[in-house]
Design a protein around this ligand. Sequence first.
Ligand SMILES: *[C@@H]1O[C@H](CO)[C@@H](O)[C@H](O)[C@H]1NC(C)=O
Ligand SMILES: *[C@@H]1O[C@H](CO)[C@@H](O)[C@H](O)[C@H]1NC(C)=O
Ligand SMILES: *[C@@H]1O[C@H](CO)[C@@H](O)[C@H](O)[C@H]1NC(C)=O
Ligand SMILES: *[C@@H]1O[C@H](CO)[C@@H](O)[C@H](O)[C@H]1NC(C)=O
Ligand SMILES: *[C@@H]1O[C@H](CO)[C@@H](O)[C@H](O)[C@H]1NC(C)=O
Ligand SMILES: *[C@@H]1O[C@H](CO)[C@@H](O)[C@H](O)[C@H]1NC(C)=O
Ligand SMILES: *[C@@H]1O[C@H](CO)[C@@H](O)[C@H](O)[C@H]1NC(C)=O
Length: 345
Amino acid sequence: PAAALLLPLLLGFLAAPSPARATDPYAAFDWDVSYVTRSPLGVPQKVIAINKEFPGPVVNVTTNYNVAVNVLNSLDEPLLITWDGIQQRKNCWQDGVLGTNCPIPPGWNWTYNFQVKDQIGSFFYFPPLSMQRAAGGFGGITVNNRAVISVPFDTPDGDVRLFIGDWYKKNHTDLRKMLDDGKELGMPDGVLMNGKGPYRYNDSLVPAGIEYETINVEPGKTYRFRVHNVGVSTSLNLRIQGHNMAMVETEGSYTMKQNFTNLDIHVGQSYSFLVTMDQNASSDYYIVASARFVNESLWTRVTGVAILHYSNSKGKASGLLPDPPNDEYDKSFSMNQARSIRFFM
Ligand SMILES: *[C@@H]1O[C@H](CO)[C@@H](O)[C@H](O)[C@H]1NC(C)=O
Ligand SMILES: *[C@@H]1O[C@H](CO)[C@@H](O)[C@H](O)[C@H]1NC(C)=O
Ligand SMILES: *[C@@H]1O[C@H](CO)[C@@H](O)[C@H](O)[C@H]1NC(C)=O
Ligand SMILES: *[C@@H]1O[C@H](CO)[C@@H](O)[C@H](O)[C@H]1NC(C)=O
Ligand SMILES: *[C@@H]1O[C@H](CO)[C@@H](O)[C@H](O)[C@H]1NC(C)=O
Ligand SMILES: *[C@@H]1O[C@H](CO)[C@@H](O)[C@H](O)[C@H]1NC(C)=O
Ligand SMILES: *[C@@H]1O[C@H](CO)[C@@H](O)[C@H](O)[C@H]1NC(C)=O
């Protein structure tokens, strides 16, 4: 396999804006992108999976790695993958070898080569064409710091990935048709967390039988939550019942550590928070992502609910969700919140 990788890597080196050093390590991935059937909101849907996983696998690499991702398009339409936040030339490798356009035609494969040069942080990839992102195809990219580089916080006890995003029961080809016909998509049918629907926090609002996400933790430990809004259009307010979220990174830059009890995360944004399991585990806790800047009494269904489960938890989460900020039509809270973020120098 090492020999097979050499050629695409060398081509990648030639195409790279600043030449990669051959001494930098490389990581190779083989992906098969296909439809799988899932029922995140209770109705079966075709979603886009990578190696049958939805969300897709995490690309877990270290600063300066050369990355080669061999993508096989098993969908029935052209596919492109965007590596959001990874600093590189646009993904347009029209080097004439395949004689194709940038997207990978159905049934074909293509190897993306890039180097995560001088980068750290939490990013994600997604399929940007034809509303495919409304069907999935996304996953995480983690760029770890090299051991010689100091980090402005203690090494967390664990890493938690959290993809939040609005979701429609209509499939992406129907959604695309609506947009082509000049219609609006309207209110989403829900918010998924790691590809799963809401925990049944209220019997009249959430139907029975929906699979929800559970984050398992140990009391006293501190976890790095890497959160991405992978949705189509909805800004979401994220909160973890009873817990502070100490922001430490956004989009590949460390931030001055600052506690939030909730934070607005807009489509495409990525944040890392340190969350310490410092509560008494009298029950599980809600993790909530709810629609922002809308009339929340009309948009209740656009709420994602996952469960934070301590290993010593004494029972299920129940009762009301933690309140969102009470400022529907006042964007100043959200803007001040964003302005309060300071980069770590
Ligand atoms: C990601 O890579 C880092 C550095 O090699 C390693 O410490 C960590 O355990 C990996 N994480 C996962 C989830 O594989
Ligand atoms: C397609 O996949 C094959 C088998 O994994 C690999 O040898 C080949 O290099 C790939 N082609 C491209 C253009 O990535
Ligand atoms: C989406 O649903 C429509 C019917 O509403 C169907 O014709 C179409 O094939 C579906 N597309 C996919 C990708 O499943
Ligand atoms: C469930 O939601 C409905 C509609 O918003 C509300 O009237 C009801 O009080 C809620 N039930 C509980 C147990 O919170
Ligand atoms: C932030 O929250 C953590 C965990 O709840 C707490 O230990 C720490 O004192 C808080 N920091 C500030 C500045 O409030
Ligand atoms: C745990 O904390 C909750 C919320 O602060 C409180 O209501 C409850 O009494 C506490 N339980 C114990 C056993 O300390
Ligand atoms: C939000 O919607 C509810 C239900 O339709 C309505 O009663 C209320 O007036 C709306 N709130 C605002 C601020 O428009």
